[in-house]
Design a protein around this ligand. Sequence first.
Ligand code: TYD
Length: 209
Amino acid sequence: MVLSSGSPTLRVVFIAFEGGDGAGKTTQIELLRARLVEDGQDVVVTREPGGTDLGASIRQVLLHGDAIAPRAEALLFAADRAHHVATVVRPALRRDAAVLQDRYIDSSVAYQGAGRELDPAEIKRLSLWATEDLLPDLTVLLDVTPQDGRSRRGAVHDRLESEQDDFHARVREHYLQLAAQDPGRYLVVDASLPREEIAAIVAERVDRL
Ligand code: TYD
């Protein structure tokens, strides 16, 4: 997204990080944040679900509460997203900050659409309605196998993480399909590479944005 900016060299970007649980998104977001800040960029790091006060409550219900019917789960993720985009993401982009976000629409498409076997196209439409069609400039997909993800996460599992490997395999396959359909807006990186190597690949692509 290009917004008016004080400096002609600054170009405002919205970058989403996606991937299976345990892919290392948080680490990569922090490494990119440090690099952009060093370059003088205003950076907002945020996440879904839970990037707002309301979102923190929704996150608690979604990840640590009782069982939720799949369609109710999809609506709760979309509600978190609608509030987050309206109150955090769009205001940040408007003031020329770069937004680095841990999970966005593709998480719903992959987890609720493919994982829960709701219709991925409907799930996408729901999120586009929720966000008034805000799409990232770039989505970094950290590709992790269900087995690697589980061993990297360790012993603690939230409600989604506790799903079986076949659920996580559907999520992974769908993420890869999304990326293959639109290579210009995705960067797929093997999450098992050393973290500095992943950071260098991400930095190189972001520099080209
Ligand atoms: P995340 O914050 O990445 O987990 P953690 O901080 O514990 O590493 O994501 C929380 C979980 O929510 C994750 O299993 C993926 C799931 N999720 C969905 O199912 N749909 C969504 O739309 C989003 C944003 C997340």
